[in-house]
Design a protein around this ligand. Structure first.
Ligand SMILES: O=C(O)CNC(=O)[C@H](CS)NC(=O)CCC(=O)C(=O)O
Length: 273
């Protein structure tokens, strides 16, 4: 059994505060027995204030949040997935980067969000993540004591081919740290995450931002753990806090034995008539 803890929080423009709040929740999850703790997308900074982003977002080597979370993982002797930190890349654009830290505080994997959220939701709700961020180009499968883990972030969840590639490469754990909008979350969040779990026969771990972040930004919450049969094992609701759940890892082989759809994948062509 793997005891996991998902941190649900309301990050804002105050990096120091966000690091403190996330760290308190991580400590609480560890105190409750979690050996693997996960935080949401943009744990360290969630703001629409572009000047503030320009001032606060730095290269990885100088990032105070990464340094703090590496010490925390080492201090608590836990595996820690920091859902993402905004990082200043070499091109001058930002990268939306997940970090998997081991119990020695070492960075075991980095993943840069591949699919950027450029959408028009209507009623003046538009997002253009690519204005400031550069997308990643590599899927990343990380080794853990609990088997291979496939990393992704938020809007990536709408691209099932990423998760299928992870499942075909052996992943039984999939991470989807997020900051979903309240509107799309209400309509799609549970369905998308359950679909990824079911079609991959894998656990989906999705720690989420929640609530009102100020400056017109709000997120859906509902941090979710879904098992390989598609059952929602835990739902974080709307309030900040920690979601705790024990994963029975044998459920991966069990689901895939019942429905071996990963083995039934065939290459096909599309005939346009
Ligand atoms: O910009 C930041 O500060 C943090 N990043 C986010 O909030 C990102 C990009 S705007 N949000 C999403 O990808 C939401 C996806 C979503 O809601 C959907 O697919 O429906």
């Amino acid at each position: 059994m793997l005891p996991v803890g998902l941190v649900q929080m309301t990050s804002d423009g105050d990096v120091t505060r966000n690091i403190r709040v996330a760290s308190e929740f991580v400590r609480a999850a560890h105190g409750a027995g979690a050996e693997f703790v996960l935080t949401p997308e943009v744990t360290s900074l969630l703001t629409s204030d572009k000047e503030r982003q320009r001032a606060m977002i730095v290269p990885e080597a100088a990032d105070p949040a990464l340094a703090a979370f590496r010490s925390l993982a080492a201090d608590l002797r836990i595996w820690l997935l920091i859902g993402s930190l905004p990082i200043l890349g070499a091109s001058g654009k930002f990268l939306n980067r997940s970090f998997l830290l081991d119990p020695a505080g070492a960075v075991r994997a980095r993943y840069d969000k591949i699919h950027l959220f450029d959408v028009e939701l209507g009623e003046g709700r538009s997002f253009r993540e690519s204005d400031q961020y550069e997308g990643g180009t590599s899927a990343v499968l990380a080794e853990t004591p609990w088997g291979p883990l496939g990393l992704s972030i938020c809007y990536d969840v709408r691209f099932p081919q990423l998760y299928r590639a992870y499942a075909q490469a052996g992943a039984g754990l999939l991470t989807v740290p997020s900051a979903f909008t309240p509107w799309t979350g209400e309509a799609h969040w549970h369905a998308l995450l359950r679909a990824r779990a079911i079609e991959c026969g894998a656990f989906v771990l999705a720690p989420a931002q929640t609530g009102d972040h100020g400056g017109g930004r709000a997120t859906y919450g509902h941090s979710l753990v879904v098992d390989p049969w598609g059952r929602v094992l835990a739902d974080g609701g709307a309030e900040p806090g920690v979601v705790l759940v024990e994963l029975d890892l044998s459920a991966v082989a069990e689901a895939r034995a019942k429905i071996p759809s990963l083995r039934h994948d065939v290459a096909f062509r599309v005939d346009s008539l």
